[in-house]
Ligand binder design. Structure first.
Ligand SMILES: NC(=O)c1ccc[n+]([C@@H]2O[C@H](COP(=O)([O-])OP(=O)(O)OC[C@H]3O[C@@H](n4cnc5c(N)ncnc54)[C@H](OP(=O)(O)O)[C@@H]3O)[C@@H](O)[C@H]2O)c1
Length: 323
């Protein structure tokens, strides 16, 4: 089968197409014919050699951490899915989504929403789950919670703005000045330019500051947190002594690192919100698999608003779908 892979770390140009053996599902694994796979900040950082999650011994590497598609085969222990099911899945750090087929454990898979095209559903698993778990993990965001979303026009940020509003929070979104209209259109109560917001000097206070890029340090954000406020970071571990102390505290302003978990129940919850029309997928642009270099370069560039998706076997029509 065809897979987009990189054999060395670097710019989007390191992505190339290889023919690789068809995968075969064992045990509790499901074989998915990929309709589409989204491009996430994680793809960019791994491809560039950052994050330290994959070493040279794991090259060549197929990016793509979430997919939508159709189940075409199942391992002997699979009970939850059958060939023909329309599904979406969070793949985990092995990636593999930018290929014609992918193998994934059934616990990472959920039936896809029925009310949106399958290729659009690929935008949901990693960003949607990370946003949901950030808002419903370290602290339960609900009616009246004051939430600041940093990087509000990004993949996780756009989902976080929409979900936090849905949970009844008062949401401030922070992004570049040229993206503020988009952040307002997502539903944020207030949109602020990243150049304008200084968390160290502001008089405003938030119960949750969700740092999606991640770009903030706990000691910078602490001043802007309420007495029991939490800085929730997509950095998977505390990275300074003050963050470590902040993570160990049970009272006062705290630090929490979010690590996305493949909870099928959470994905099913997002599916219900999408199918009921309460949650709209913040989709920006579709690219074909052949355009994966352009898709990576686009997500690295200044224009992106929301999610970028690469279509593999699904609807091949690429272009802007901003919503
Ligand atoms: N811990 C976990 O389990 C986990 C899970 C998923 C993702 N992540 C991490 O989460 C991060 C974000 O992922 P994503 O998919 O949302 O990426 P994304 O779609 O590229 O969005 C990142 C957003 O952050 C903004 N941004 C970047 N640097 C900024 C800065 N210094 N100040 C303010 N805003 C800034 C970007 O805005 P501009 O483009 O306008 O600059 C962009 O809107 C990635 O680093 C990824 O590795 C962690």
């Amino acid at each position: 089968m065809r897979a987009a892979r990189f054999h060395r770390f670097g710019s989007p140009e390191v992505l190339q197409f290889d023919t690789v053996p068809w995968p075969f599902p064992a045990r509790d694994e499901v074989l998915i014919r990929v309709a589409a796979s989204s491009v996430n900040g994680t793809d960019l950082r791994l491809r560039a050699g950052g994050l330290g999650l994959i070493g040279a011994s794991q090259l060549p590497f197929t990016p793509g951490f979430d997919v939508s598609g159709e189940v075409v085969d199942i391992g002997p222990q699979v009970t939850a899915f059958r060939p023909g099911d329309r599904v979406y899945a969070l793949l985990g750090h092995r990636g593999g989504g930018a290929a014609e087929d992918v193998i994934v454990s059934q616990r990472r898979v959920a039936i896809a929403p029925t009310q949106v095209p399958l290729v659009e559903a690929a935008a949901v698993p990693l960003s949607g789950l990370t946003a949901l778990q950030a808002l419903r993990g370290p602290v339960r965001v609900g009616r009246g919670t004051r939430v600041l979303v940093y990087g509000a026009a990004g993949g996780i940020g756009a989902f976080a703005v929409r979900l936090a509003r849905l949970f009844g929070a008062h949401v401030t979104g922070v992004a570049r000045p040229e993206k503020l209209a988009y952040v307002e259109a997502l539903g944020a109560d207030a949109a602020r330019s990243s150049a304008e917001v200084s968390l160290e000097t502001t008089d405003e206070r938030w119960d949750v500051i969700l740092d999606t890029p991640p770009a903030l340090r706990f000691h910078e954000a602490r001043q802007a947190l309420t007495a029991h406020g939490v800085l929730v970071s997509t950095r998977p571990f505390p990275s300074t002594p003050s963050e470590l102390l902040g993570a160990l505290r049970s009272t006062g302003p705290r630090f929490a690192a979010v690590r996305t978990a493949e909870r099928g129940l959470d994905l099913a919850f997002l599916t219900r919100l999408i199918d009921s029309g309460e949650l709209t997928i913040p989709l920006d642009r579709l690219f074909s698999l052949e355009q994966i270099r352009e898709a990576h370069a686009y997500l690295e560039g200044p224009d992106v608003r929301g999610k970028v998706v690469v279509t593999v076997s699904g609807d091949q029509e690429s272009g802007l779908r901003r919503g």
